[in-house]
Design a protein around this ligand. Sequence first.
Ligand SMILES: Cc1ncc(COP(=O)(O)O)c(C=O)c1O
Length: 465
Amino acid sequence: MFEPRTIIEPFRVKVVEPLPRRTRAARAEALQEARFNLFALPAAEVTIDLMTDSGTSAMSQEQWAGIMRGDESYAGARSYYRFRDAVRSLTGMKHIVPTHQGRAAERILFTVLGGAGKVVPANTHFDTTRANVEASGAEAVDLVIEEGTHPESEHPFKGDLDVARLDALLAERAGAVPMVVVTVTNNSGGGQPVSLANLRAVRECCDRHDVPLFLDCARFAENAWFIRMREDGHGERTPRDIAEEMFRLADGAWMSAKKDAFGNIGGFLAVNDDGLAEQCRNMLILTEGFPTYGGLAGRDLEALAIGLEEVLEEDYLEYRIRSTAYVWECLDRIGVPLLRPAGGHAVYLEARGFLQHVPPADLPGQSISVALFVEGGVRACEIGTVMFGHTGPDGKQQPGAMDLVRLAIPRRVYTQSHMDYVVEAVAYVYERRASMGGMRIVDEPSALRHFTCGFEPLDWDPLVA
Ligand SMILES: Cc1ncc(COP(=O)(O)O)c(C=O)c1O
């Protein structure tokens, strides 16, 4: 019997979008204009865009058909009920509040539950989560397990939350913790999954201290697949069954539906508590919209309801996780330092190992990102000192915990040959690493600086071939 080793893309292409091809000189000019900040580049200059997997998915024929069926009624649209029922059956939560994206749900939730004197523990807060917790006046504390902070550790669930430290924090700050957050998968920690055993232990700990548990569930389906693949006793379960158990362990969840719902925009907040839901809906009306559309068009709600089902298909998840691992394995084989093991939505280059002669304060991740773009037209994203460090009072950079370069893989968008091209581009830059230097920030805003700050190279000229 034919038993293929190749895991093929479980779709064929029906609509195509041309890829921008540019010369190196044109890219160098664009980079200079963008002050070496890849967020400031026009996408038309980018050949393979791996900046993010967020909002960049290709929708299916069913989703596009759903878009035509979208009901744009202001109140009580058919598409809202379709969306509500899809989220409710997945999460088991009573109240479903649509939002225009994940951070809108975060802002509403932390405006209601955060505030000065409060502390919000998580495995790792994503950057917008941290920003919204802190904007409310509360403190955001990351409690990922020790292995989660070591890029070389092969732990299968590096997104797990350190339950002993959580227990101690909940005892020490009793009354000041409005919720515990578990991010699945742990984006800022390398797209690493959280085990079901850990979620169960966190739940027990929350119960002991009478604190609610929330999931930041942008990549819940990828997390469910990792549980099936890596955790004993779950190999025969469907991804949906595992995902449902994950949600049943929580009191609430929010999602950026731009990831595991294949949406180009969208999000939601799901809670069981009636009083909390009412407060959130009141906030929603203030800034997002009426509770049955929450800042989204009916057609978006329709597409998301379909995406939430498609994302749990086994063929899709097998291809998704395997194709990310493929890129990881190709790069590992040629010796490129990587965050280990392969994550779900992205491959992370370990910048401190890649550019050993560039200290973290000289932003090695930014240098690699710049070089990948100028040499290969590949746009990656620095996740390190630029994103999580800060400028100290002496003007020196205080490094982040790790310096990573994320190659995030949009869902159902690129083929294996695109990924082979990316591997070649990374290999080319890696071979030339000795000629590269660091970067310095020349101007920065007060918050979320990575989006808008300007850079200049230190002791090298990436613009010259
Ligand atoms: C784990 C996680 N939480 C929250 C967000 C914020 O969602 P959005 O970009 O839809 O506002 C993201 C986005 O990347 C994320 O990865």
